[in-house]
Design a protein around this ligand. Structure first.
Ligand SMILES: CC(C)(COP(=O)(O)OP(=O)(O)OC[C@H]1O[C@@H](n2cnc3c(N)ncnc32)[C@H](O)[C@@H]1OP(=O)(O)O)[C@@H](O)C(=O)NCCC(=O)NCCS
Length: 167
């Protein structure tokens, strides 16, 4: 397990399981309040989406725990074939519970999938983010991503996976 130290206590990253899905549905719906156009229409839709992410991402479906609770998750495919970029670490989703945002949980989740991507020989990470999701866009930019294009209302962002310290 990878550990990070957020502003409050310790966050632990572990593989997500089917049993986590109900908690993640609630977390997802809350994290996307105000950004509904980029989230899912209902908890039912969110449950289907989360199950798809877990099936598709396998070892890249990770949850963050702090103070004994699930406070965030990330879903990334470590060997995704992009028609333009070739093989990439594709980050399909990341969400942190509103009460836990700004405490380093998102960064810890990203670090965990970067490690996974590196272990699979990936050098590039990529994602799609909603055009009007300004907060996430600036967050990704702060963490090293840059925008390379768009498709409709979705922005494409990429980042060279940073080499983990100590390697
Ligand atoms: C985007 C999201 C995952 C970020 O997670 P988070 O746990 O709040 O982020 P962190 O606390 O790990 O942020 C790490 C760093 O980014 C900074 N940061 C936080 N929000 C930022 C923003 N909007 N713009 C720039 N920097 C930001 C933090 O200050 C911190 O920097 P520091 O370590 O130098 O102090 C979270 O806000 C979220 O769940 N958003 C709703 C869902 C969403 O939009 N997901 C993206 C889908 S594409």
């Amino acid at each position: 397990m990878l550990e990070g130290r957020p502003a409050t206590g310790t966050v632990t990253i572990r593989p997500g399981t089917l049993e986590d899905i109900p908690v993640l549905v609630d977390l997802f719906m809350k994290a996307y309040r105000g950004l509904e156009e980029y989230g899912e229409e209902s908890p039912d839709e969110a449950r289907h989406y989360l199950k798809w992410l877990r099936r598709t991402c396998k070892e890249g479906f990770l949850v963050a725990e702090a103070e004994g609770k699930v406070v965030g998750f990330i879903a990334a495919c470590s060997d995704w074939k992009d028609w333009e970029l070739g093989r990439v670490l594709e980050i399909h989703e990341i969400a942190v519970a509103p009460a836990w945002q700004g405490k380093g949980v998102g960064r810890a989740l990203l670090k965990a999938v970067f490690a996974l991507g590196q272990a699979c020989g990936m050098t590039l990470a990529a994602l799609w983010v909603g055009e009007r999701n300004y907060r996430a866009r600036s967050w990704y930019a702060k963490l090293g991503f840059r925008e390379i294009g768009r498709w409709g209302e979705w922005m494409r962002m990429i980042c060279t996976i940073p080499v983990a310290k100590g390697e």
